[in-house]
Write a protein that binds this ligand. Structure first.
Ligand SMILES: [Cu+2]
Length: 562
């Protein structure tokens, strides 16, 4: 369900071992000033009866989705895994690439589906970039709606024609981006997606901006450098696979484009890997591979398990691990990427799956996702063939390697750094279509904090989830942050990410995450928001202005339209 309210059981296990851890209705005319949420102003929360009754989305109500079984009719599982297409940008020096966003019929494992795509592919083509490189990206908008791009996790400027989500590409136009990738940019897995916002959204309406575009297919992978270079020599030549996790909700008319297809995370969903339904990956017995896992969906959480095996996390949200950890399952909220090592044992076959996951009290607006197989893994010995053992026990994968840290390129521990400023970010919602940060709906003309952040300083931010029965994955643009604690539990040293799950409130006690951020290199508007895109579209977004030492705040200049 989109709507959420309070209390639910806690279920968050990041990395398994390190506990805790969603266009046409949209662009509505008219503006309403942000209205503070009572909880954030210190007043008592309204009762359910007192709350403004959320206006249900008439489209959602009138178009129930087919079941998963019905949605997959026409798909043929089991085909060999195919890597996403590639933009072929992995060269040094300047490179120019083209992305064309358009409504396209795609084939999902043999079934024709209407989607919004980049270059005609449900999983956008992979952009390989090299630290130190200047990348020019022409985004041609052949959609009937506005679109733009965000380079999620990338440490590049939020201004000008770089990672400036204030840019807007009008239908029929081309928007040109220039990304100057810093020479010391962390190597790893990132992603790009539409970041079209909902200007002028009014209270109690439901906007679908980024939600409807990512939901229809507009996302793809970015790989910076080669994270294998951070590994011990024995692992630097291992086979890699990009596994882009995308979920589709296919309408009766064979469409994943809103409003043909509705977007409700708990509705029947077909989970895809690289745009394929239950593909098969064949690996050699004894082989260790690096998998670049990326949740490129609009809202849904993955809790990955590799039956019979484990994952060694060597990079998180693009940052090489300080302490690589072996995990039996991996929680990937929307936006999260993990570079992991996996190891095949004796010949056999097994599954990569997402475990059942509950995001909140089901009587209180929470979502429940079923246990679902994603990709079959066949392990073959030389001359041998894969197959189940006589015991029927899953074979194939075995324990992944132990890797000593810190890996080169990991980030420093900020826990002892002097703090220039502390800030609080309270995430709240009304159980309907309204989502607030510090009691305010997103307003692109007003920063969340009057006081800017200064380059070169470290700040401590306390993120709280004060009213919701739903976890909110909090994402900061431009730089990763270090997570110090989750619900009071200290996290491993130098635990960096750019998207952190802020646990739901329990018995009116807020979920709480403390992070530290070092502001480096780039002035401008550093955006932050919940990465459940329906929450982001409907108010749970803000920004802080980042300035150079001694600069006036007037340094910051916003939008531009192609
Ligand atoms: Cu949220």
């Amino acid at each position: 369900m989109f709507a959420h309210s309070t209390a639910r059981r806690s279920r968050t296990a990041r990395l398994g071992v390190l506990a805790v851890g969603a266009a046409l209705l949209s662009f509505l005319a008219g503006c309403e000033s942000a209205q503070p949420h009572p909880a954030a102003s210190g007043k008592p929360l309204p009762t359910d009866e007192q709350q403004a009754s959320p206006r249900p989305d008439p489209v959602t109500k009138s178009k129930p989705l087919p079941t998963v079984k019905q949605q997959v009719v026409g798909m043929v599982p089991g085909a060999a895994l195919v890597e996403p297409p590639d933009l072929n940008t992995a060269t040094t020096g300047e490179v120019t690439a083209q992305l064309t966003a358009a409504q396209t019929e795609v084939m999902i494992s043999g079934k024709k589906v209407l989607a919004d795509t980049y270059n005609g592919s449900l999983v956008g083509p992979t952009l390989h970039v090299v630290p130190g490189q200047r990348v020019t990206l022409n985004l041609k908008n052949d959609l009937s709606t506005k679109t733009n791009l965000h380079f999620h996790g990338m440490h590049v400027s939020p201004m000008g024609t770089a990672d400036n989500i204030m840019l807007t590409g009008q239908p029929g136009k081309t928007l040109t981006y220039h990304l100057d990738i810093p020479a010391n940019h962390a190597p790893g897995t990132y992603w790009y997606h539409d970041h079209q916002m909902c200007p002028g959204r009014t209270l109690n309406t439901r906007c679908r901006g980024t939600e409807s575009q990512i939901g229809a297919g507009l996302s793809g992978t970015i790989i910076v450098g080669d994270s294998r270079a951070s590994l011990p020599p024995a692992y630097r030549g291992i086979t890699t696979h990009t596994l882009a996790l995308k979920d589709t909700q296919i309408s009766k008319t064979g469409s994943i484009v809103y409003p043909d297809a509705v977007l409700e995370p708990a509705d029947p969903t077909v989970r895809l890997v690289n745009g394929q339904y239950q593909p098969t990956l064949t690996v050699k017995a004894g082989e260790t591979q690096m998998w670049r896992l990326a949740n490129e969906g609009y809202a849904i959480v993955y809790d990955l398990q590799l039956d019979g095996g484990s994952f060694t996390v060597v990079g998180q949200d693009g940052i090489p691990s300080t302490a690589p950890a072996r995990a039996t399952h991996l929680l990937l909220p929307p936006g999260r990427r993990l570079d992991v090592l996996v190891t095949a044992g004796a010949s056999g076959s097994t599954w990569l799956r997402t475990l059942a996951h509950v995001t909140g009290n089901l009587n209180d607006g929470g979502d429940s996702y079923p246990n679902t197989t994603l990709m079959k893994v066949n392990v073959q010995s030389d001359g041998g063939s894969a197959g189940p053992t006589a015991t029927g026990r899953p074979t194939g994968m075995t324990a992944s390697p132990q890797i000593a840290g810190p890996l080169p390129g990991s980030e420093p521990d900020l826990s002892a750094e002097p703090i220039a400023q502390s800030r609080s970010i309270a995430l709240s919602d009304d159980g309907g279509n309204n989502f607030w940060i510090n009691g305010k709906l997103f307003d692109m003309k007003t920063p969340t904090f009057p006081k800017p952040a200064t380059l070169g300083t470290v700040e401590e931010w306390t993120l709280t989830n004060i009213t919701s029965g739903h976890d909110h994955p909090f994402h900061l643009h431009i730089a990763p942050f270090q997570v110090l604690s989750v619900n009071g539990v200290a996290q491993p040293p130098a635990d960096y990410m750019d998207t952190v799950n802020v646990p739901h409130a329990v018995n009116k006690k807020a979920g709480k995450v403390v992070i530290r951020i070092r502001f480096t290199d780039f002035t401008g508007q550093w955006m932050f928001h919940c990465h459940i895109t329906g929450h982001e579209d409907n108010g749970m977004m803000g920004y802080v202005n980042v300035i150079a030492v001694g600069s006036p705040d007037a340094d910051i200049h916003p939008s531009h339209t192609a």
